[in-house]
Design a protein around this ligand. Structure first.
Ligand code: ZN
Length: 444
């Protein structure tokens, strides 16, 4: 199947094209075959005119009045937690985790996880996310949901230690990597996921690091999300959470994706310099839990890659990456008292190529370029809250919301067209999610 997107305003997020331009995009199977600026169109059409009788199946999407940009990449998620959205808000992180999330999660069955992840995928496709990184349990269920929905995902079995089930969990983490790396036509990749410094003692962390090195897979871990976490690690080990991971050798060879990185001092940032991977910023969750402001601009100044995520909907409540783009920009401007920090373009980069680099997928996605995977979204600009458009990057970063996404394409497959989901029955997902969510939280 080929797709031609005609007459759209193209935002490549690639340095070869600093400004948006009018043109067409040709998709051949799973990849972008060509990006054709309007003035070059006639030339391309005559060169690529189909020979008589060789006409291939071509789907035409009229991009008039629309922007087309790379699909957004949510680099830190716990998809099944969408079932717990809004059930325990306005609590401190550790109370929220221990009194609400852990008891609720203990009731979740493998089937609940499947439907919770599908609810998240419906929300993500609807709001322009094409790729996400997930850390949870029963990852087979999520891998099946990814296979069915057509999204791209980096999956991680979250590893929490402190009881006698460590070996079992590590076995599941290995199974996920062995079974699913490269699965769903290459749309699934995998990582190892020790949950956080405060849930992973040194011995187990060393074991996971050795496994990640053996399997040549990246590591996805939470880091320095709250002041409480910094105190806990200081009390236990006399170190900051970053020092703790650094001294265990986590940043020596591995590609590492660190979620949050809110509380980092100058020395911590020094430890991260030169690391492979980088930090996933989750500004809405950080704001809502009152965690603090991650030093995104400072990290970038030290050459550390930053991407963007929502964290689970259990804390962030929304999976709309456009909300994260706004929050990321606003927080840096507020923190520095300087509106020139983290521009609209910079914030859009976090959600696209920044996150792609963190997932180790920047050679395949994160920008619109011929030869890359066809992961892209069309945004309907003909709306009062998006008009007039003086600077499209400003419109997309500061005015657009997930509900403005008209079409979502992943790996050359249209997952949503004209706001209709094409790879799942939304009413079934909503019914299952509703029934299961009510049962899980009852009495907690
Ligand atoms: Zn998280």
């Amino acid at each position: 199947m080929s797709i031609q997107i005609r007459n759209a305003t193209i935002v490549t997020m690639c340095s070869h094209y600093p400004e948006p331009f009018q043109g067409d995009i040709i998709i051949n199977k799973d990849r972008i075959e060509a990006i054709i600026p309007a003035q070059a169109n006639t030339e391309y059409a005559s060169e690529h005119a189909a020979a008589p009788g060789s006409e291939m199946e071509m789907q035409i999407i009229d991009g008039t009045g629309m922007a087309v940009m790379p699909g957004l990449i949510n680099a830190h998620q716990h998809t099944p937690m969408n079932l717990l959205k809004g059930f325990s808000d306005d609590l401190k992180l550790m109370d929220w985790l221990e009194q609400k999330m852990f008891p609720a999660e203990a009731r979740m069955t493998a089937e609940d996880i499947y439907w919770g992840s599908k609810l998240s995928m419906a929300e993500m496709i609807r709001s322009g996310t094409t790729t996400f990184a997930d850390m949870y349990i029963h990852m087979d269920q999520i891998a099946h949901a990814v296979t069915e929905t057509g999204m791209r995902a980096s999956l991680t079995r979250g590893l929490v230690f402190g009881d006698d089930r460590a070996d079992e969990r590590i076995r599941e983490a290995i199974d996920l990597v062995e079974r699913w790396q490269g699965g769903a036509d290459g749309r699934i990749t995998t990582m190892f996921g020790p949950h956080a410094p405060y849930t992973c003692p040194p011995q187990q962390l060393r074991e996971v690091i050795a496994l990640a090195e053996q399997y040549q897979r990246p590591v996805h871990i939470h880091l320095a999300e709250t002041v409480e976490e910094v105190s806990i690690i200081r009390e236990k080990y006399g170190q900051t959470p970053t020092e703790y991971l650094y001294q265990l050798g986590l940043f020596e060879q591995l590609h590492v994706m660190l979620a949050h990185g809110v509380h980092l001092n100058h020395r911590d940032i020094g430890y991260l310099r030169g690391m492979r991977g980088g930090i996933v910023h989750n500004p809405v969750s950080n704001l809502k839990l009152g965690c603090g402001i991650a030093p995104i601009v400072a990290l970038q100044q030290h050459g550390i890659t930053v991407g963007l995520g929502t964290d689970g909907a259990g804390s962030a409540t929304t999976l709309d990456m456009f909300a994260e783009i706004k929050a990321a920009a606003w927080l840096q401007k507020l923190d520095y008292g300087d509106p020139t920090r983290l521009s609209a373009y910079d914030a859009l980069q976090l959600a696209t190529i920044g996150s792609a680099r963190l997932l180790g997928l920047d050679h395949e996605t994160g920008t619109l370029e011929a030869g890359k995977k066809a992961d892209l979204i069309l945004i309907d600009l003909v709306k009062p809250h998006l008009q007039p458009v003086h600077h499209l990057y400003s419109t997309l970063a500061y005015a657009a919301v997930g509900g403005d996404v008209h079409t979502t394409i992943v790996n050359g497959q249209v997952l949503m067209r004209d706001r209709q989901l094409l790879t799942m029955d939304e009413s079934v997902v909503l019914t299952e999610a509703h029934t299961r969510a009510k049962r899980i939280v009852e009495g907690i």
